[in-house]
Design a binder for this molecule. Structure first.
Ligand SMILES: CC(C)(COP(=O)(O)OP(=O)(O)OC[C@H]1O[C@@H](n2cnc3c(N)ncnc32)[C@H](O)[C@@H]1OP(=O)(O)O)[C@@H](O)C(=O)NCCC(=O)NCCS
Length: 323
């Protein structure tokens, strides 16, 4: 059977780093509060010339380089983002153009913080269905543009950045020892819309709007939803937490990550944590975390890796793959 195997990966971050202390003159907060409640120490913030498209392009180029590929080798781009450059066309198509690609097809995927997990699961289906041979799967966000910078309960939490992987069709046996995407589980439930949303849009206010969140409510649901979808993925693949080499969760809050890992019985040393460096970069957080753990030598070819995310909608999901 065909498997969607990771052939390369990469990341890109805005030049400017904003430390927790930089908020102290802007809103009533402190480095201590932010670190204690979230684990975040800094985040990158895009300058005017840095956009979801430019960061996504840079991450895509890095992923292509790491796989020894060029844009000519790609026939599908799936971009996970909630902060597109324009309402339309899809920013994925802009990235396609920036890469000099006149072939193949590209589209955006909007599942907020779960976007990258949704995008990997989607690209995997296109590849296994024979519609694409090599897909660039990108998560790129500029949440700094939709933050209310006077709201301390949200503005300290998010950051900008991009990460990407190249998935390639390769033959597999169909067993758990194969490299590539092995199992996935996706969920959504719109009853939770008001807990995390943007208060604007083309069809309602005609404005871009700002992010609004009931943090405590999101927190309350997060661990249960995350563990449910991961247990479904384990069951589909016929594995347990002990079989995992690495857990790469969405990076929203260190307390959510720790509680989820504990509930699932995933050992602390297998958990990749980058929320301290990037804050919550929404759809970019999982591929950014992957890029850190691959670059420092933790994630290696053949390792069993679990990706997970939960976000606005609510949406949530998990993907199991062998790197
Ligand atoms: C947002 C979050 C960090 C807040 O932590 P918390 O422990 O739940 O804190 P609470 O919301 O109970 O707020 C505690 C107090 O801190 C205050 N506070 C909020 N933001 C603050 C900040 N940046 N600095 C200082 N105080 C702050 C609140 O106003 C509240 O004060 P009050 O008790 O006087 O009302 C936490 O709820 C969270 O991470 N939620 C999930 C968010 C998330 O993951 N979202 C993305 C999903 S993709």
């Amino acid at each position: 059977m065909i498997r969607s195997v990771v052939r390369g990966n990469g990341a890109a971050l805005p030049r400017r780093i904003m430390k927790n202390a930089d908020f102290e003159g802007m809103v009533e907060t402190s480095d201590e509060w932010i670190v204690q409640r979230t684990g975040i120490r800094q985040r990158h913030v895009a300058a005017d010339d840095e956009t979801t498209a430019s960061l996504g392009e840079a991450a895509a180029r890095a992923a292509l380089d790491s796989g020894g590929l060029t844009p000519a080798d790609i026939d599908l781009i799936v971009l996970a983002t909630s902060t597109p450059n324009n309402t339309f066309p899809a920013t994925a198509v802009e990235i396609q153009n920036r890469l000099g690609m006149r072939h193949g097809f590209a589209f955006d995927m909007q599942a907020v913080c779960s976007g990258f997990v949704y995008a990997v699961a989607t690209a995997d289906l296109y590849i296994r269905g024979g519609l694409a041979k090599r897909a660039l799967v990108i998560g790129s966000e500029t949440f700094s543009r939709i933050l209310d910078w006077s709201d301390r309960s949200t503005c300290v939490l998010f950051g900008d950045g991009a990460g990407a992987v190249v998935l390639e069709a390769q033959d597999g046996t169909g067993g758990i020892a194969d490299r590539g995407v092995l199992a996935a589980s996706l969920r959504s439930d719109g009853v939770h819309k008001e807990k995390l949303f943007v208060d604007g849009g083309p069809s309602t206010t005609g404005t871009v709007g700002h992010l609004r969140m009931e943090g405590r409510e999101v927190f309350k649901h997060a661990v249960g939803m995350i563990t449910d979808v991961i247990e479904a993925t384990f069951a589909e693949a016929g594995i347990t937490a002990e079989d995992l080499d690495w857990f790469v969760p969405h990076q929203a809050n260190k307390r959510i990550i720790d509680a989820s890992a504990k509930k699932l019985g995933i050992a602390e040393e297998k958990v990749v944590v980058t929320v301290d460096l990037h804050g919550n970069t929404s759809a970019a957080s999982v591929p950014l975390a992957l890029s850190v753990a691959v670059a420092d030598g933790r994630i290696k070819k053949g390792d069993l890796v679990l990706l997970e995310a939960m976000g606005g909608g609510f949406t949530w999901g998990a993907v199991l793959l062998r790197w």
